[in-house]
Design a protein around this ligand. Structure first.
Ligand SMILES: Cc1cc2nc3c(=O)[nH]c(=O)nc-3n(C[C@H](O)[C@H](O)[C@H](O)COP(=O)(O)OP(=O)(O)OC[C@H]3O[C@@H](n4cnc5c(N)ncnc54)[C@H](O)[C@@H]3O)c2cc1C
Length: 398
């Protein structure tokens, strides 16, 4: 939609082809239905939040950065607000408002929007675009065109229409595609103790994620336990740094449940808690230190008899407890796949695209935009910013 608006702005006659019966099906789901459309951080920080190929986005981000994106949406009639973490949302709290302004703008710019229409083949002659074959309700037609901007999305949440199948159109043209993987995706674990804590949210914890001795990610924030394993902002971010090979080798999430306390401070804190009731059972002495759901799991891992009186707990046993509180390990068996991934990693190789125009290096008039390009970012509005910026640049450069 952004690419079509921008291409129309540059004086092109534009046809927008969408296979769904409405525009923006995935956009509708974003930000839990509120659409976190960008982030109001300083523009340089956009790059820090891009996990794959940030440098490729230099021209796109400076053509339409986050500040200009907000201005553009405001100009199109969308009121916006900034929330915690500089996340930008429509003032209405409805993603449909974002879709509405885009739809209105498409109409105002005279873009010919064809719904329920699928692009089935990109046509080229002499390494230049000549048109597209479309299929609308079973009948095929050719649209002549001297440029095509592809913005077919990734592979996550395939029910929205972005199922990765359209990448075949460009593979047919010999364009290199980096294998697609789910990212910003929850982790599965088979650990019964972990699964017993479903519904528990941990705030202000530090996690590090390892594959063997290699540390893949560390971060501070919030996570939660679910019926299948672990999720929440920290886990989703971690998943963006983990590749298929890492999953094969085995991944462990280590949670520091008390990151504000050094080991010595934690030991003193445990001693103070024990001193509040010398004759209390161990199992009844951790209520001020840990949430209820975590207590039986931690106790089991210490190997200390739950009914042991705290005044009988040895220094060594206390150390064992502190070790677990500082390094609570969750073994990961895999991730939840594309059905639950917020974003897709991989796609059209950036080596095939001119970063100043988004045009394909090997086919004149073929442009790429959005999630189908091999670049992805963390949560916070950065993935949509990639889509707006690359779409805007592609439309402008054609
Ligand atoms: C649950 C969820 C929440 C998210 N929340 C946020 C958020 O708050 N903030 C954020 O920045 N990002 C968020 N994202 C990521 C963001 O939605 C995507 O990065 C963004 O939508 C990518 O835009 P796109 O235009 O490249 O692809 P898409 O939005 O996937 O659009 C691609 C479109 O192309 C159509 N299409 C595909 N092939 C064809 C074909 N051959 N012919 C015709 N049409 C075709 C599809 O039907 C689809 O409508 C979220 C993602 C999910 C799944």
């Amino acid at each position: 939609m952004m690419a079509a608006i921008s291409a129309a702005d540059s004086g092109n006659q534009v046809v927008l082809i969408e296979q769904n019966d409405k525009l923006g099906k995935k956009l509708f789901l974003t930000g839990k239905g509120r659409c976190n459309l960008t982030n109001a951080c300083p523009t340089e920080e956009l790059f820090d939040n891009v996990v794959t190929n940030p440098k490729f986005l230099y021209s796109a981000f400076y053509d339409l950065d986050n500040v200009k994106t907000i201005e553009l949406f405001n100009l199109m009639g969308l009121e916006t607000k900034v929330e915690r973490g500089e996340r930008v949302f429509p003032k209405s709290d409805h993603s449909s408002s974002v879709i509405d302004v885009l739809r209105r703008e498409l109409k105002r710019k005279g873009v010919d929007v064809r719904l329920c229409t699928r692009a089935v083949q990109i046509l080229c002659s002499d390494d230049s675009i000549s048109g597209v074959i479309i299929n609308a309700r079973g009948s095929e037609k050719t649209i002549d065109a001297d440029a095509v901007i592809m913005a077919v999305g990734g592979k996550s949440y395939p029910l929205t229409g972005s199922d990765g199948s359209s990448l075949k159109l460009i593979e047919d043209l010999g364009i290199r595609v980096v294998p697609q993987e789910p990212a910003l995706v929850p982790f599965e674990s088979g650990d019964a103790g972990v699964l017993s804590m479903q519904g528990l949210t941990l705030k202000n914890v530090e996690i590090s994620v390892h594959s063997g001795k290699k540390m893949l990610y560390s971060g501070f924030g919030e996570m939660l336990f679910t019926h299948f394993g672990v999720s929440g902002p920290l886990i989703l971010s971690a998943s963006s740094y983990i590749g298929p090979e890492d999953y094969k080798k085995g991944i462990t999430v280590s949670i520091d449940l008390k990151p504000a306390l050094s080991r010595e401070e934690l030991d003193k804190r445990v001693l103070r808690d024990f001193a509040k009731g010398q004759n209390r059972d161990f199992a009844n002495s951790l209520g001020e230190l840990l949430p209820n759901k975590l207590i039986p799991v931690v106790i089991k891992r210490t190997g200390i008899e739950p009914h042991k009186k705290v005044n009988l707990i040895t220094k060594q046993e206390r150390q064992q407890l502190c070790d677990i509180l500082k390094n609570f390990e969750v073994k990961i068996t895999g991730n939840r796949g594309f059905d639950e991934a917020i974003i897709t990693r991989g796609g059209v190789s950036t080596s095939m695209i001119n970063p100043s125009t988004m045009e394909c290096k090997s086919i004149n008039g073929l442009y790429f935009a959005g999630e189908m390009i091999d670049t992805d970012a963390l949560t916070g509005g950065f993935n949509l910013q990639i889509a707006w910026s690359t779409g805007h640049l592609a439309g402008k450069c054609r």
